[in-house]
Design a protein around this ligand. Sequence first.
Ligand code: SF4
Length: 360
Amino acid sequence: MSTTDAATPETLPPVSTDSDVAINAKPMAEPGFYDSLASSVLAGETISREDALAIINASDLDVPAIMAAGFRIRQKHFGRTVQLYFLMNAKSGLCPEDCSYCSQSKVSNAPVPKYNILQRDRLMEAAKLAHERGAKTYCLVISARGPNEREMNAVESIVPEIKAKYDLDICASLGLLDREQADRLFAAGVDRINHNLNTSENYYGHICSTHTYEDRKQTLENVRDAGMEMCSGGIIGMGESHDDIVQMAFDLKELGVHSIPLNILNAIDGTPLEGTQAMSPNDCLKALAMFRFVNPDREIRIAGGREIHLRHMQPMGLYVANSLFVGDYLTTKGQPPQADYDMIRDMGFDITTNIEPVAR
Ligand code: SF4
């Protein structure tokens, strides 16, 4: 009897050739087009909005050339390093806002956990886990329009303890902040605030009516003026146009944000965006690459939705992005951390917890 365990044809799973992803095979760009754009960016020039649109509108057949050109830019600023972030949903559900993509909003029927800000021991346990998983940054998130006094006090008191015990940067995502709140968080040792622009100013009214794009921008300006780093990105795949995505990329550049998380809409059942058509993996890659060309020296993170939209092409995203969330997202599952570590290692990249902020 053979000792090999090769499967016989009868035992192989059926091969599926079905695909809901149509390849966009429109005409390719002139040879060398993306490479010459990358050379301009590497020489310190800002690409035009037309060129940014050309990247995101490109033929799928151009994706290898786009990723190779984008990798040159990534390589210059971040080498082969990958930074890991760990998300902690410190307060879930219960949000009075109506963001249509969000499972925690007042208009969502998604069955998400609902709890007020967690006790200190739970937040410290999560910080320990973030440290053990090799994360550089612990992201404390609450679902809220903005923090109330109790939530401010909880964050102010736990941040020094986490930083004293674990070698972690702290990013807080607490909703809208006024200048006084931003000053208090800076004084408590918060390194960075996350507050996503989410989409363009033009499209903002389609995804939220309880606050404005301008409110979000003002929060980021308060964060910047208080002396903290700004983490701000968005969500693609919500029905916006490519112009909207390009506009957001340039707005983030103009604001000078340090870190850009790019989510790909996970259209959660029970949210108003349930059933929204998914983006193809190639479209996700082109959008990620466009952000790298527009924001060459900024940290770009493939955030929520990467597993379900990039699927087998997840590793390619790291040719232009340089960071990931490890573990679960706020209300949805991520892939197991070991799968991320394996992917990073197989690509010949290294996890880093020690990277100097880029010059601004
Ligand atoms: S403010 Fe934040 S938590 Fe609240 S609905 Fe909008 S995205 Fe969700």
